[in-house]
Design a protein around this ligand. Sequence first.
Ligand code: ADP
Ligand code: MG
Length: 609
Amino acid sequence: MVYYITTLMVYAGVDAIACLGLSQQFGVGGVTNFGFIIFQAAGAYAAGVLSLPSDSANGGFQSYILGWNLPFPLPWIGAALVGGLLAIPFAWIVGRRLRGDFAAIGLLVTAVMFNVLVNNYVPLFNGAAGLSLVPSPLQSALNPQSTGYQWGYGAVAILLAFAVYWVVTRLTNSPYGRTLRAMRDNDAVADSLGKNLLALRTSSLIVGGAIAGLSGGILVGFINLWDPQAWGYAETVVLFAAVIIGGLGNHRGAMLGALLVPVAFEEATRYIPPVPNDPNLVPALQWVVIGLLILAFLWFRPQGILPERRRKLATRAAPEDPGLPFAIRTPDDRGAGIPAGAATGPVAIADLPAQSGSEVILECRDLTRSFAGVRAVDGVSMTFERGRLTGIIGPNGAGKSTVLAMLAGTLQPTSGRVLLHGHDVTGLPAYRRARLGLVRTFQLASEFKRLTVLENLVCAIPGQRGETVRGALLGRRYWGAQERDGIERAQRMLERFGLLALADRYAGELSGGQRRLVEIMRALMAEPDVLLLDEPMAGVHPHLAHQLGMALVALCEEGTTVVMVEHELSIMDEFCDPVFVLADGRVLAAGTMEALRAKEEVVEAYLVG
Ligand code: ADP
Ligand code: MG
């Protein structure tokens, strides 16, 4: 009985730790690693061969590498290290190129390769026979068979689970965790805001791998065996089931899920007496039940038992009289990233300082992009000058969004060059360009849905101290002050746009127009030198669109360069100079709207048709 209970305790600890690792990697970071169990297996193997004596010592009946006979706790530390190191080839294989479903398949394939290798390469891993006689921790000093040892092992496993919970919670509740969640919700947007997706995914894989490795180390010291068959896809499914059922993105949910699925279903029911004549029936039914549970949750409660909790950052309440839902608020609140002139009155383009139009900040030369042989953009050259609000118009499908994406680095051109501040940035990924001050918004809704409005804004702030694993682990004392400033700045921005009341709402719950505004404010929080806006006014209340236009003009007055793709010609008339007309992937004309309206070919191509 004692043995049964302590075994359950150890399994509970081990499974909870593994689920926390998966919760951090998959639930928070959105990295679907179907090879997760491999990291647990690798950690277990590492702990085994680090604690076993050399393989010739016991008559050579099994072969393995190392055999260093290290004292406790070094094998467990080694298990975590190996789990983390193994993540590096995985990250390298998935890399920058594979995302979402493709990354998941890539990780699965990698895991399959490891599995086949381990099962069949005898000198390294003793093939399918695995390892046996793995020493228990401290077995030279203590008696592993004693009741006290058993209870102690169970208690240590559970204590370590809480320690891991503490670590992942600290990571998740930091700017680093917020950035991971942003990447999970929309990676292309996170990229365009200067977040290094490769580094974020790699860190997710390493942290999750190290945690999984530790769990494997704890397990192998208890059962004294390492059997490669024990780490199959079924176990991966069980862990995913636990995290999904417990609640994606909620670490308490992951712990609960670990108790419900692997412990309750797999371990506790292991001792149900088999049906006579049909010993496989009970295990098979277990699998059916786990499968049905996953499906039921995916169907009816995808957020799990304990849903991800909403993180409320707002320190200020909304003003009592919100007035017009979209009205830009009082002009006297400075410092929200938009100069105070924004709402004071129209700023005519002629009023702009004369020298502001002289310096070319952004330029593209002969930009071409083909999709499946069709040239969506065909030799576009444009220059954008500091402090100007340049417009791009053109019929649907003219290639406007494609040009914008190539300027920002979201899309690589088939040929042609992009120059920022006179430097060729054609080869730079979007996040590097964003860090150089080139920030874009997207034509389609691109808010981080499961971040609050305020989090959407704060997330975009460049150079946050708590945005790395190290910074996050150092804690609030390290990044808290900067975070408070960021929140304050974001609140001022929200106040200016009349959205402070929505600060703690999930961005995914807002109306289309409100989401547009959140995206623009978020881009402004990144403090861009050059802001590329893809139809920012679409779906926005006309009154607000006008206010927004004035805010952009005021921004330009301060030296920011704005490029705006827009459908609404009245907006172009009022705010943009110069304006490029795109048609069929080429620049048809450029100039002031007045001049463009006088050109027959422009009128034919766009203004009428
Ligand atoms: P606009 O923004 O001016 O409406 P786009 O730049 O979105 O136009 O698209 C230009 C052309 O390129 C369209 O014909 C569109 O169908 C095509 N296109 C854009 N993106 C893709 C893509 N990812 N794959 C295939 N075709 C695309
Ligand atoms: Mg478009």
